[in-house]
Design a protein around this ligand. Sequence first.
Ligand code: APR
Ligand code: ZN
Length: 243
Amino acid sequence: MIDTLEDTLKRAEKLVFLTGAGISQESGISTFRGNGGLWQKYDPMKLASAQAFRDDPRLVWRWYNDRRRKILAAKPNLGHMAIANLQDHRQVSVVTQNIDGLHHRAESREVTELHGNIFTTKCTKCNFRGKIRDEFFDLPPSCEKCGSYLRPDVVWFGEGINREVWNQAVMHSISCDVMIIVGTSLAVSPANKLHSYAKNNKATLVEINPENTPFSYKIDFSIKKTAVDALPRLISIFESLSK
Ligand code: APR
Ligand code: ZN
């Protein structure tokens, strides 16, 4: 008997949400690919790489200022909130490619940020790490330990994901009953491998995305809707259960 999505969700104990820029799109934050995406307007290699920062630290720093301003002005949307609310009913972890911190602001507790967070900085030379919020200097600030430039503590093109962060993401992926993939084109490795880890461990894959992705063919339940349309309805299945 082919399980319906509802039956599958009702039985699930542990859920992992693998999220990308699309889940923040309805908070007014641009995605990278697809209509209106950032990489249609800008060359990522000139803004989101270590070489770009070496070539023009002011340009890169100001671009991240602009993104931080937009993120500070944005709010978690009903998609972020639905995931956070599910924590009252099931074991939930979020593995996100986003650096905007909106899952934290929605009060999700178990969040793994694969690509870092725009509100943290790190030194380009020593091991100093700092926090930044609504300061918008024109040039990157200097490290208080060694005086070198600080940069956004995010994963740029050509850089690897922190080993501990990756191991945590894999641990969640191989131990979940359901992985719900929301708002990601699955264009970037190694994040686009995590669904295979889940699948290899017999998890059910659900995709919430108005568009197809290169891996949609492997998905058990594909919901062609936006995060705000789909997630509150999906989570209401659990709320009806616990009444
Ligand atoms: N709800 C759900 N999905 C949406 C919505 C929405 N409202 N709006 C757009 N999408 C989908 C798009 O169809 C697309 O498949 O979200 C996806 C966004 O894809 P990308 O812009 O490629 O973002 P993401 O997958 O997170 O990119 C991964 O690439 O540039 C790097 O580091 C950057 O973390 C980023 C990584
Ligand atoms: Zn330093």
